[in-house]
Design a binder for this molecule. Structure first.
Ligand code: HEC
Length: 139
C-alpha cells in the first residue's frame, strides 16, 4: 500500500517535471507578435515618417521645411520653395502626392522608393509640422 502510494507520487512528479520542461521552452508568446500598427493617439505618431523625411527630403526641403537654395552632389543648383508659405499652402494634398510620386522641377520621383501610405504620411507630416496654424489648404 505504502509502496503503491509512493509510485503514484513519483509518477505525478515525473509528469510535472516533463510538462514543466516542455512549457519552459522559449516559445514566442502570441501577445508579443500581435503588435498592431501605431494608433493615432501615440505621442510621436510621426516617428517613422520623420525618419523618412530626414533621409529623403531634408537635404532639399530643410529641417524646418523652409527649403532655400540647395546645391546637389552633381553641382546642380536648386531653389527649393518653402512648405511654410506661398504656393505650398495653396496646393491641395493631391498636388503634393503628385509631386512626391512623379517629382519634377528638380525634385526626384519617389514612386519607386516610397509606398502610397508613406507618401500620405509625409503629406500629413508636412501639413502638421510645417503648416500648423497656416490657412487650411483648399481641397
Ligand atoms: C533634390 C531635392 C529635393 C528632394 C530630395 C525632395 N524635394 Fe520636394 N521639391 C523640390 C523642389 C525643387 C520642389 C519645387 C518643385 C516646383 O517648383 O514645382 C519641390 C516640391 C515639393 C512639393 C510641392 C510643394 C508645393 O508647393 O506644392 C512637395 C509636397 C514636396 N516637394 C515634398 C517632398 C518630399 C515629401 C520629399 C521626400 C520624400 C521631397 N520633397 C524631396 C526638391 C526636392
Amino acid at each position: 500500500m505504502a509502496k503503491r502510494q509512493w509510485m503514484v507520487v513519483a509518477a505525478a512528479l515525473l509528469l510535472a517535471i516533463v510538462t514543466a520542461c516542455k512549457t519552459n521552452q522559449p516559445s514566442s508568446s502570441p501577445a508579443a507578435t500581435s503588435n498592431s500598427s501605431a494608433s493615432q493617439s501615440t505621442p510621436d505618431q510621426f516617428a517613422a515618417v520623420r525618419t523618412i523625411y530626414d533621409k529623403e527630403c531634408k537635404s532639399c526641403h530643410g529641417q524646418n521645411g523652409t527649403g532655400g537654395p540647395v546645391k546637389l552632389e552633381d553641382g546642380t543648383k536648386l531653389k527649393v520653395p518653402s512648405f511654410r508659405e506661398g504656393h505650398a499652402l495653396r496646393h491641395p494634398d493631391s498636388d503634393y502626392l503628385k509631386q512626391i510620386t512623379k517629382g519634377g522641377d528638380g525634385m526626384p520621383a519617389f514612386e519607386k522608393k516610397l509606398t502610397a501610405e508613406q507618401m500620405n504620411d509625409l503629406i500629413k507630416f508636412i501639413r502638421r509640422e510645417f503648416q500648423a496654424g497656416a490657412a487650411a489648404p483648399a481641397k
